[in-house]
Design a protein around this ligand. Sequence first.
Ligand SMILES: Nc1ncnc2c1ncn2[C@@H]1O[C@H](COP(=O)(O)OP(=O)(O)OP(=O)(O)O)[C@@H](O)[C@H]1O
Ligand SMILES: [Mg+2]
Length: 264
Amino acid sequence: MYQTSSRPKRAKVLAMAGKGGTGKTTICALLIKYLVERGQTPVLAVDADANANLNELLGLSVETYIGELKDRMKTETPPGMTKRDYMEIYINRAIIEANGFDLVVMGQPEGPGCYCMANSILAEVMEGLAQSYRYILVDNEAGMEHLSRLNLRKIHILFVVSDPSSRGVLTAARIADLTKSLKVEVGHKVLIVNRMPNNLPARLEDQIQEVVKKTDLLFGGYVPASERIFQSEIQQESLLNLPTDTDVVQTTQQIFDKFFVTSQ
Ligand SMILES: Nc1ncnc2c1ncn2[C@@H]1O[C@H](COP(=O)(O)OP(=O)(O)OP(=O)(O)O)[C@@H](O)[C@H]1O
Ligand SMILES: [Mg+2]
């Protein structure tokens, strides 16, 4: 559990994992809402999904992807400027400023060619940014290799999102296991079972308990299948504007309250 009343010198990194379509981006947006509403700011949200869509759930539009900058750095760095300075300036310009949080979008992975220098400069600049935020939240696509590309030193909490199925929960367990082979250290791994139907089958509950017993996953909680999320998606509304009494806002708040100590 994290004491967040005084501002740490380095951002704590929170990341999302889970198989495709389980609700990683949705839960990530609700976590941003949770932290911002509790004044746990500044927060930097990093969309590391090549098919970026976190911005849509936050009602923001993206102008520059970090992926583009890696290419532009190679050809557009003016004489007399170092590539590092170029990247630093343009990464800072690519950061979208919102209310209480910022968003940076990685975009498509690099094409053929060497990006070692660009990636190492990016890692350095991100390292510098980590000093300016309280939390860095990384939304990922399914699969763990994207996480290793970000060169994070430590992930304090990895939220592993599952759908309400036996196979989904077993996949979450496998993902939790896979993180052990990543270069990055992972503090807590928290299982969230999303899109729960009204009645939780007893067998699924048993399977979840078994997975929690056998792995180092902590059980975060259940998030209901929500008509409100369904509607927001269709209306393209920002999840940040969901009222406090919305089912998903309430259930995610109860889950996050277990892992963050906030004053509210
Ligand atoms: N609790 C919920 N209730 C209703 N719909 C939900 C819920 N959670 C997510 N969804 C919907 O499920 C779909 C997938 O959600 P989301 O994009 O968050 O998943 P993801 O894991 O980020 O997917 P991807 O792997 O493609 O990045 C979206 O249409 C979203 O609106
Ligand atoms: Mg997603």
